[in-house]
Design a protein around this ligand. Structure first.
Ligand SMILES: [Zn+2]
Length: 598
């Protein structure tokens, strides 16, 4: 393929965690070819500067070394040449996350955005990559899992893969190793579950069966008539470690990291919280196949990966995805109504815990994701709101509003389908609607168009306002009571403490809580309450001997200075909201069923 960009990648040194990559450009820019490494990866809104992991790089052309100069932290320019030009570089891959690259004797994993330099002005030509087997004998059993289309490679084999353009090249992560493999079909489309890491007695059959239900429920949500999935195949690429949780969405796969105990054990049938949470993660990333990988904010079309891309709409792309992830577990019958309501209550309580919710709207939180949500510090609960957590409640609030006001004729599902039909379905096609992102104004207009309601004021209040959502009122017609179950509130410092060796360190000091009023700070190391030592585990039991309104003397170290505080204990104001199903009002159980069941 003459006009294509050709890459090779090989695990060069497992112990040093080095991939070696080459990129060959047949027709380089005669003025000097520019190469750029992404600064961030789509789906994770933080500048990560992946070029920092390039440890050495050189250019050759016509068999001779070619000059290569650096223009900024992630950009290189090669000297002009009228022949093909090859760059060869090493990538240090030692980031155990779904966002970058990782390599050792147990496996190799990479996102294209961490390893493939972009050839400037040639992004639209085909990009071919030869994924080569390493010579190391310990890797003899390794296979390759990726949704990159095969050019000259067998499924799960090393060999040559092809992407239509650079954007596609970096949207199919690659796992290589001796992984466990499960397969299933969801409405006819093959799905793989790839598990890397040791998992004794993994119940792959149960995992496949449960994921089939989730995937089919989602395909039916977006395409109720044709039941057509948006991709030809899909891979759940999973790295299992002792303790971890996370995922990143791609157009035909997801990279996941989970804890060993999240995965089901052969012979066990109950739904453990940890397994349910893993299924929720899979459901979340799978929903992104539609919502953000095809229905996209205009700001992400095309992705500008050298610098921050600002959108006020992550409440829709992450928030609504978070609303639907657990709802899909409910609708596919994997959890019951009681479990579902517990998950919603957890989100409600999380949002209500931080006073930051009165300072930042979900639209602002979306816009500032780069510097605030993704770079949280000890003050975050007092300063920001999560566009995931509150965004999911905004999704629920709008869904309930639409259902109630249209007497069950319309729902948020109709809005998602309309977004899909107009902006998502043809995103990667050649048609008129190809490559169109959605703007904030178009989202607002679509809500009214689809539902026949006037929702702009509510939408504005929920997404650009900082008042609490009227959830109790909205849930009532569905026969769901939302009440705070707190009784005889305990005396509290209004802090979140964390273990620091055998000591208790303040991780967060909540605004207007007892500790804040007395002058304590996040980072303070608690020493004693009224002369009794505070340990890593006994804060609650020490406080339990007091009543609300009592004043205690609290000693704490700030830096290496011992300080003394008179703390007047306040009632614990952490909310304990709970949702419970009721039989009234009349007709409410029918509305609740229509909402929660398929
Ligand atoms: Zn997400």
């Amino acid at each position: 393929m003459k006009n294509a960009i050709h890459y090779t990648i090989v695990a060069k040194d497992l112990a040093a965690h080095l991939f070696e990559v080459t990129v060959t450009v047949n027709a380089p820019d005669p003025e000097g070819q520019v190469f750029v490494m992404p600064a961030w990866i789509p789906g994770s809104y933080m500048i990560r500067e992946f070029a920092r992991n390039i440890t050495q790089i050189n250019a050759t052309s016509g068999g001779k070394k070619l000059g290569l100069a650096k223009l900024d932290k992630h950009t290189w320019i090669a000297d002009p040449t009228d022949q093909a030009l090859t760059l060869r570089y090493d990538i240090y891959a030692w980031d155990m996350s779904v966002r970058a690259a990782h390599l050792d004797q147990t496996h190799g994993f990479f996102n294209g955005s961490s390893v493939f330099l972009r050839v400037e002005d040639q992004e639209q030509v085909p990009h071919v990559v030869d994924i080569q087997r390493t010579a190391d004998p310990s890797c003899k059993a390794w296979r390759v899992a990726t949704t990159l289309p095969e050019l000259k490679a067998k499924r799960y084999g090393f060999g040559t893969y092809i992407a239509a353009d650079y954007d596609e090249l970096i949207d199919h992560p690659v796992e290589m190793g001796d992984f466990a493999l499960g397969t299933f079909k969801a409405h006819g489309v093959p799905h793989d579950i790839v598990i890397t890491g040791r998992v004794p007695n993994l119940d792959m059959a149960r995992l496949s069966a449960d994921l089939t239900r989730i995937c089919e429920a989602q395909i039916e949500l977006f395409e109720p008539k044709t039941k057509r999935a948006p991709m030809d195949r899909y891979v759940f690429m999973t790295m299992v470690i002792g303790d971890g949780h996370g995922g990143l969405e791609h157009r035909a796969s997801t990279a996941l990291i989970c804890s060993r105990n999240d995965l089901p054990v052969k012979g066990q049938t109950e739904m453990a919280d940890s397994y349910r949470s893993f299924l929720g993660l899979c459901s979340h990333e799978y929903f992104h196949t539609w919502n953000v990988k095809r229905i996209k904010p205009a700001a992400f079309v095309p992705y500008e990966l050298s610098t921050e891309s600002y959108t006020p709409l992550l409440w829709l792309f992450e928030g609504f995805t978070s609303y639907y992830d657990d709802l899909m577990l409910m609708r596919s019958g994997l959890i019951d109504e009681g479990d579902y309501f517990k998950l919603v209550a957890k989100t409600v309580n999380m949002v209500l815990r931080g006073s930051g919710r009165h300072k930042q709207s979900v639209a602002e939180s979306s816009f500032d994701a780069w510097t605030k949500y993704y770079r949280q510090d000890e003050n975050s609960p007092n300063a920001i709101v999560s566009y995931y957590a509150k965004g999911s409640l905004v999704g629920m609030a709008l869904d309930l509003t639409i259902r109630a006001e249209t007497k069950g004729k319309k729902s948020l599902d109709d809005v998602m389908r309309a977004l899909w039909q107009r902006y998502g379905r043809d995103f990667y096609s050649d048609g008129n609607n190809a490559g169109r992102g959605v703007t904030e104004a178009e989202v607002e207009a679509l809500f009214d168009e689809v539902t026949g309601l006037k929702l702009k004021r509510k939408l504005d209040r929920y997404t650009k306002g900082t008042d609490d959502l009227p959830l109790a009122k909205l849930l009532a017609p569905f026969g769901v009571e939302l009440v705070d179950k707190r009784k005889n509130a305990k005396p509290s410092l209004g802090v979140r403490g964390t273990r620091d060796g055998n000591d208790c360190k303040l991780a967060n000091v909540y605004e207007r809580g007892a500790a804040h009023r007395a002058g304590l700070s996040a980072g303070d190391l608690l020493v004693a309450i009224d002369g009794l030592r505070v340990s890593a585990t006994n804060l609650d039991s020490l406080l339990a001997r007091y009543r609300v309104g009592d004043t205690i003397t609290l000693h704490a170290f700030r830096r290496d200075e011992l300080m003394s505080f008179a703390v007047k204990l306040l009632a614990d104001d952490a909310p304990q909201m709970a949702l419970t199903a009721q039989t009234k009002p009349a007709g409410s159980s029918r509305m609740r069923m229509a909402w929660l069941q398929r």
